[in-house]
Design a protein around this ligand. Structure first.
Ligand code: GLN
Length: 558
């Protein structure tokens, strides 16, 4: 089958949920058995998202091959259940970098190098390569930004050319726009959509379908009106209205016939999507048996998108335990001194990844509280380093122990820069990134959780792969002291060169219901129907912790 393309553009405003629309389409095509991949185009000049502020752009998603990418790639992975790679995120920076390199090498002979055709060819080449690398039958291409932006013009031009080259029946254009509802006149306003489609047509792209984003379901007459003004058939105007659960969006769009639309436009066979497991997961989200409150003690708590994969991993873990997970965002800087009020009533405490000294002491206090009160604790990356610092200071007697990231002069650098990070000049793409193996220590909680992946047949030598993104590590010089003081090292990197025992990948406390820290970020690999093991265990522990507390409470009242 010739490779088919679905191009998704956005209009009116940014942050519309184009990524979610793209991912939902991907899920519906996957549910029909197609091999699908998705490419995110980011028209900014940064080469990748690694150097950008989480406060502004949300989390940096790490692919298994170690690329630091836009968070939409995480949504693609979770909805399509296929791994993304470096090739799936294309930025203006990458495109120009390689065009300029080719020009310097003389690859363009003596031509004048121009946006059309050289830059557009580079863009098309990258889209095709991403599809080939994934052996995809259908490639989804989401163009970041909003139609009308100066930055996105070369990309729109490239995808316009692609329809021409791939021929009819092989490309479809979908435009996602905001349909505002004006309270004063009590009506949906179609004008922004009309203008946005006109702008898109101005660059030569006539959308085949439109997805209207709205707060509530849109009546049919609004669809007809939009159809009239945009040359799109009314049945091809879809509506993605706000819903509490993002995983319900594929169901909503399928009900409106987006699957049939894609089959028609892409000359595909009519198929019934296999969505049973998906429906079941959404059903549990809607009607859970249990409910737990998880406190996330972090620095970017005002911007939950900074922890997107983490939240999704917690939701998946909730589904695995038939529980709804409610989040309580706790600003680490607000966990001060003895005032631990912010931590009261939680069923679990999670300290996520992070960088820089701000809020560190509050996170250490949260770890102390979890350890001494028996509250389930999950430490991810920085959260694992925090658990080690806490244990060093308060149990192993290493006063003022710290990470050299936060205190270069600490008397006990229990967390220290990895040797290979010492002489780096570039900040972009130079951390320890992507998949690295972790050898899980038999007999630990972690081994129990990963049992399904550990291969008792010895195929993987007791190792699992998780994604990483860090510069610091537990200082090997302190590992023995910490172990003697009672900390269990539940995972290490197998035989890292010149390091004997290997780097600490995970720690846990033996006499605690659930106190686990991981140097890696297992949240990136979590799936709707295949929760990440440490997250699954954490929520399971939170459910029983809550149950035990409720029983205590009932006993006290009786
Ligand atoms: N700042 C820590 C380090 O670089 C933790 C990184 C993280 O949490 N992703 O090692």
């Amino acid at each position: 089958m010739q490779t088919k393309y679905v191009f998704v553009t956005g209009g009116v405003v940014s942050s519309l949920g184009k990524g979610l629309a793209t991912s939902s389409i991907g899920a519906l095509l996957r549910a029909r058995g197609y091999r699908v991949t998705a490419v995110k185009i980011d028209p900014y000049i940064n080469v990748d998202a690694g150097t950008m502020r989480p406060y502004e752009h949300g989390e940096v998603f790490v692919t298994s091959d170690g690329a630091e990418t836009d968070l939409d790639l995480g949504t693609y992975e979770r909805f399509l259940d296929v791994p993304m790679s470096r090739a799936n995120n294309v930025t203006t920076g990458q495109v120009y970098q390689s065009v300029i390199e080719k020009e310097r090498r003389g690859s363009y002979l003596s031509q004048t190098v121009q946006v059309i055709p050289h830059v557009t060819d580079e863009i098309k080449g990258r889209i095709r390569e991403a599809g080939e690398a994934a052996h995809a039958e259908i490639v989804l291409v989401e163009i970041g930004g909003t139609v009308g932006d100066i930055e996105s013009l070369p990309f729109l031009e490239a995808v316009r050319q692609m329809r021409f080259e791939a021929g009819p029946g092989n490309c479809v254009y979908l435009h996602v726009t905001l349909l505002p509802f004006l309270g004063t006149s009590e009506e949906f306003k179609t004008k922004p959509t009309q203008h946005s489609v006109a702008t898109l047509r101005g660059v030569g792209v006539q959308p085949d379908g439109i997805i209207l984003r709205s707060n509530s379901p849109v009546p049919d007459e609004v669809r007809s009106k939009i159809a009239l003004f945009t040359n799109v058939e009314a049945r091809d105007v879809f509506n993605s209205f706000d819903t509490e659960f993002i995983y319900a969006v594929p169901e909503i769009l399928e009900q409106q016939g987006i699957g049939r639309f894609l089959e028609r436009r892409l000359d595909l066979e009519k198929l019934t999507p296999e969505l049973r497991a998906w429906h079941e997961a959404v059903r549990i989200l809607r009607a859970p048996d249990e409910r737990v409150v998880i406190g996330i003690v972090g620095k970017y708590v005002a911007m939950p998108d900074a922890y997107l994969s983490l939240m999704e991993a917690l939701k998946h873990a909730g589904i695995a335990n038939r529980a709804r997970v409610d989040f309580r965002w706790i600003n680490a800087e607000a966990v001060l001194g003895d005032d631990l009020g912010a931590l009261a009533g939680l069923d679990g405490i999670l300290v996520p990844g992070g960088f820089g000294v701000r809020g560190i002491e509050g996170k250490v206090r949260a770890a102390t509280y979890a350890r001494t009160e028996g509250v389930p604790y999950l430490g991810i990356c920085l959260g694992m380093q925090i658990a080690v610092i806490e244990y060093a200071r308060n149990v192993a007697g290493l006063e003022a122990a710290n990470s050299t990231e936060f205190d270069p002069y600490t008397p006990h650098p229990v967390v220290d820069l990895m040797p290979e990070q010492l002489d780096l000049a570039d900040m972009g793409g130079t951390m320890r990134l992507g998949n690295w193996p972790m050898m899980v220590t038999p007999g630990t909680k972690l081994a129990e959780l990963y049992a399904g992946q550990l291969g008792s047949d010895g195929t993987n030598g007791g190792t699992v792969l998780e994604r990483h993104r860090h510069r610091y590590e537990v200082n090997p010089a302190y590992v023995e002291t910490l172990q003697v003081a009672g900390l269990t090292v539940s995972g290490v990197t197998p035989g890292m060169q010149g390091r004997g025992a290997g780097l600490v990948e995970a720690v846990e406390l033996p006499d605690h219901p659930f106190f686990v820290g991981l140097q890696s970020h297992p949240e990136f690999g979590s799936r709707l129907m295949r929760a990440s093991p440490p997250f699954r265990g954490f929520i399971e522990a939170a459910v029983s912790y809550q149950g035990a507390r409720a029983r205590e409470h009932a006993a006290a009242r009786a």
